[in-house]
Design a protein around this ligand. Structure first.
Ligand SMILES: [Mn+2]
Length: 325
């Protein structure tokens, strides 16, 4: 268990993607002020928690990294690992003659703003070394923090691998990203995929691919991992909610559900609140369920940076949210 420690109040902040102005504006709105090189709140029982995805897309990636890192090092914030930071480590990790994240045109394109702004063909080591210090999740008895999806099996697999490898080391990355078809890549591959990228199910073989937010055509669909009926259809599982046009109308096959431990292991309604980002939500802010709170509102696509203030013993309400615009 990666322990968060105990706080009376947490300001949990969604995916930033190089938008430093939104970050500074939001921190100030929440009452944080820059002092001795780091943003801090005058209430010392109050702490910021970042959901990751600091890099790629925006024009101020270095400034975002400096702000967040300074806060984590000053003890005024915690941060979790997200898929973009994990991918950056993999992109720079050479193993047996291959990069763990292959340098394909698509991967280069997704990573280009970071490479241009941080300089060079890979993210500099002093940033990669800091990414390696970010825990894949944080939790205490009262709250859970993860970039994309909470799954207790995956948390246990990752805990075991972190202990065996001594953290997010080269050997951890090699075990998480072996070559070969996805179905044969092992437990750590699935566990890191679920926590950092969420769960997906394949579309039926005869179904046309769906275009994602970047226009990349995908044969798999991101799915919700909470609040599911017993035999969900593809439309029931779509997350974020959106157009269900073009989705198959039938139930998702049991085998595809079993492969992602759903719906039987969907997030329990009586579990501690879980805060996550990753899903490029749009529209008005608010919890997906009383204990399920996504904070990614697409700042890098004309949306807003969003924070949720959690106070010990108090429920999450619309008043808990603060936005950058
Ligand atoms: Mn993400």
């Amino acid at each position: 268990m990666t322990h968060l420690g105990s706080f009376a109040c947490l300001d949990i902040i969604g995916d930033i993607h190089g938008y430093a102005e939104d970050l500074e504006f939001l921190l100030e709105r929440l009452g944080y002020r820059e002092q001795n090189g780091a943003y801090r709140h005058e209430d010392r029982d109050r702490c910021a928690v970042f959901l990751g995805d600091f890099i790629d897309r925006g024009s101020d990636i270095k400034r975002v990294l400096r702000i967040v890192r300074a806060m984590t090092e000053a003890g005024t914030a915690h941060a979790v690992l997200a898929n973009h930071e994990f991918n950056a480590i993999a992109y720079a990790t050479l193993h047996e003659g291959r990069f763990l994240r292959p340098h394909t045109p698509t991967h280069e394109w997704q990573h280009r703003h970071t490479l241009e702004q941080l300089g060079g063909l890979a993210v500099p080591d002093h940033w990669l070394d800091w990414f390696r210090t970010l825990p894949p999740y944080l939790a205490n008895d009262e709250v859970r923090i993860v970039h994309a999806c909470w799954d207790p099996w995956a948390v246990a697999v990752i805990d075991d691998a972190l202990a065996r490898h001594g953290g997010l080391t080269h050997d951890f990355m090699v075990e998480a990203l072996p070559s070969g078809p996805p179905a044969e890549r092992g437990d750590l591959f699935a566990a890191t995929e679920w926590l950092l990228k969420g769960k997906e199910v394949p579309l039926p073989a005869d179904h046309a691919p769906l275009a994602d937010k970047e226009g990349i055509r995908r044969r798999r669909m991101r799915v919700r991992w909470f609040g599911l009926p017993p035999e969900p259809t593809y439309a029931d599982m779509l997350f974020p909610l959106g157009s269900t046009a073009g989705l198959p109308s039938e139930s998702v096959p049991g085998e595809a559900l079993k492969a992602v431990r759903l719906p039987g292991n969907a997030y329990p309604v009586d579990a501690p609140p879980v805060f996550f980002g990753h899903y490029w939500l749009t529209g008005s802010v608010g919890p997906q369920a009383p204990n399920v709170i996504c904070l990614d509102y697409s700042v890098a696509r004309g949306g807003r940076l969003v924070a949720c203030t959690w106070r010990q013993g108090e429920p999450i309400t619309p008043a808990s949210f603060t936005t950058s615009r």
